[in-house]
Design a protein around this ligand. Structure first.
Ligand code: FAD
Length: 497
């Protein structure tokens, strides 16, 4: 079925070859531990249904829009489940980026070429690939418009367009500023070019911050700011991953070693909301153990970056705070009112996480939620992933307007759900498969340690309940750095896992 990888057996062989080359140079003890992790890792995120339980021999037209993690997984799975369907993927990108690797690039552990592969390697034979972008959707006519190939009609549609960055929503900020004037942003990538500037520039930035701290002193420390916006973001833990890895890099724990110069740097984490993480069990460990372990991090809650003066290195935040009023005898509590004020902070270095939004083609169409906090995101049922108004439309990945699930790990769980339910609609059956909200954030708490934060609509959802999931562990670091990328290329992108 695939041009390069023809069966799951060959895919597993390719996977183990890449894992072996990734682990070259490890000492024997670590390599042995790694093998244990490998076995465990194959189960990661279970129970994911690996093979679609529904199939159809109908000859229908299915279009998938978007060739990132979700679009490719959906294409691979649909090709197997609907062998007679005419399947088309509309994806402009020749290069596929393994985006989670951008954090390891920022930490100096991977290079850009490590996270790039040709999208052609993943598109199964028998699928039409239109290298184009969709400019608008007309779901009432089962039609969409492309930039170069005109209008296309479909019987069934899968929307997998991902998320769009909105750096310009911060006054004075733009993509062009990343890598200049002490500014970086690990998220930045260009899907059309297949480049991940965010990873490359943030590693340079790590080294610049360290050099500046080396030349500073505890009396005159450098100021480094890390931000997190008030919009939904993909991989919600990435802002903290960069915060902790950069601080640990100052301690000489990065790949280039060195003295501990962390006393010469003041770190501020300016974020939306009142907590470090939305799930209480993970938030407790981050707030009470991980963040204090560094000693130089000031968590500034309810601070949202609104403006940057890049020339003068000044950031302006909207700070929301509460004022306690009179005690209400009837309600037996104090009146609390919310206020906002502008706070300016000078910095030497700043890591900016962009506000994020649904891609325009979806947001401006009838496919997006028409109002409310999810306005513009794909209006689908949070369990079946079927569009709430157009029954022949489904979604996968970051574009979904569901309460959670903007990670590659979530897209992996969306894959079999949407395929089974789409096939059920084709066959006139009741929709049975249900997405439980599974989201996974491998939160790097330091070099060599990860808290594998897995959760779903009901709360904490560890793949290995015997291990306390809130404990940062070396084994999750080894799994993420050495195993996950080959598993992504050889199993997930081929709809095998
Ligand atoms: C720095 C960083 C760290 C991350 N870390 C993790 C992690 O540790 N674990 C994890 O699980 N996830 C992580 N993620 C998130 C993960 O990469 C995404 O959740 C995942 O890629 C979502 O898949 P998707 O298909 O929805 O979107 P994407 O993979 O982003 O793909 C969307 C595709 O749609 C295309 N597209 C957009 N608009 C159109 C259009 N109009 N027409 C046609 N095509 C279009 C784009 O070109 C793109 O190729 C991280 C992401 C980043 C950036």
């Amino acid at each position: 079925m695939y041009k390069k990888i023809e069966s799951s057996k060959i895919a597993y062989e390719a996977l183990s070859n890449e894992v072996m080359s990734n682990t070259e140079g490890m000492n024997r003890r670590d390599a042995l531990k790694m093998m244990g992790v490998g076995g465990a890792a194959m189960m990661m995120g279970s129970p994911v249904q690996t093979v679609a339980s529904e199939s159809s021999d109908k000859n229908v037209k299915i279009i998938i829009v978007g060739g990132g993690a979700g679009g490719i997984m959906a294409t691979a799975r649909l090709r197997s489940a609907a062998p007679n369907a005419e399947i088309t993927i509309i994806a402009p990108n020749e290069i596929h980026l393994y985006q989670p690797g951008q954090v390891f690039m920022a930490a100096g552990l991977l290079e850009e070429s490590d996270i790039q592969k040709n999208n052609a390697d993943f598109i199964p034979d028998g699928v039409n690939w239109i290298k184009d972008e969709v400019t608008s959707f007309d779901p009432e006519q089962n039609k969409l418009t492309t930039a170069k190939n005109g209008d296309l009609e479909y019987d069934y549609l899968v929307v997998a367009t991902g998320i769009a960055y909105d750096y310009e929503a911060i006054e004075g900020m733009s993509e062009a500023l990343v890598g200049k004037n002490g500014i970086s942003s690990v998220y930045l990538s260009n899907f059309t070019e297949g480049t991940a500037k965010g990873g490359t520039e943030t590693w340079k930035w790590f080294k610049e911050v360290r050099e500046a701290a080396t030349n500073a002193s505890p009396d005159k420390p450098i100021d480094v700011i890390f931000t997190q916006p008030d919009t939904p973001i993909k991989c919600g833990g990435a802002p903290q991953k960069i915060l902790y890895l950069s601080d640990d890099h100052l301690r000489g724990n990065g790949p280039d070693g060195g003295e501990d110069v962390s006393k010469n740097a003041k770190y501020s984490f300016c974020k939306n909301g009142k907590t470090l993480f939305g799930v209480p069990e993970y938030n407790k460990v981050l707030t009470e153990e991980v963040s204090p372990m560094y000693g130089n991090i000031d968590n500034k809650y309810n601070h949202v970056l609104r403006k940057i003066d890049a020339d003068n290195k000044i950031a302006t935040f909207e700070h929301t705070y509460e004022i306690k009023g009179e005690y209400d005898e009837d309600l037996e509590e104090y009146d609390v009112t919310e206020h906002k004020k502008s706070v300016t902070l000078a910095y030497d270095y700043i890591h900016v996480v962009p506000p994020m939004k649904p891609v325009d083609a979806v947001a401006n169409s009838l496919l997006g939620w028409q109002k409310g906090t999810a306005k513009g995101w794909l209006e689908c049922d949070q369990y079946t992933l079927q569009h709430r108004r157009f029954e022949n439309v489904f979604g996968i990945g970051d574009i979904l307007g569901t309460p959670m699930g903007k990670t590659g790990g979530s897209a992996r769980h969306h894959g079999p759900i949407l395929v089974d339910n789409l096939i059920s609609v084709m066959e006139g059956k009741k929709l049975k498969a249900q997405f439980d909200g599974y989201t996974v954030c491998p939160l790097k708490t330091e070099y060599g340690s990860i808290m594998m934060a897995e959760f779903n609509y009901d709360g904490v959802a560890p793949s290995f309940p015997v291990l306390d999931p809130s404990r940062p562990r070396w084994m999750w670091w080894a799994f993420d750095l050495h195993m996950l990328k080959p598993m992504y290329w050889y199993l997930m992108m081929r709809g095998i896992m």
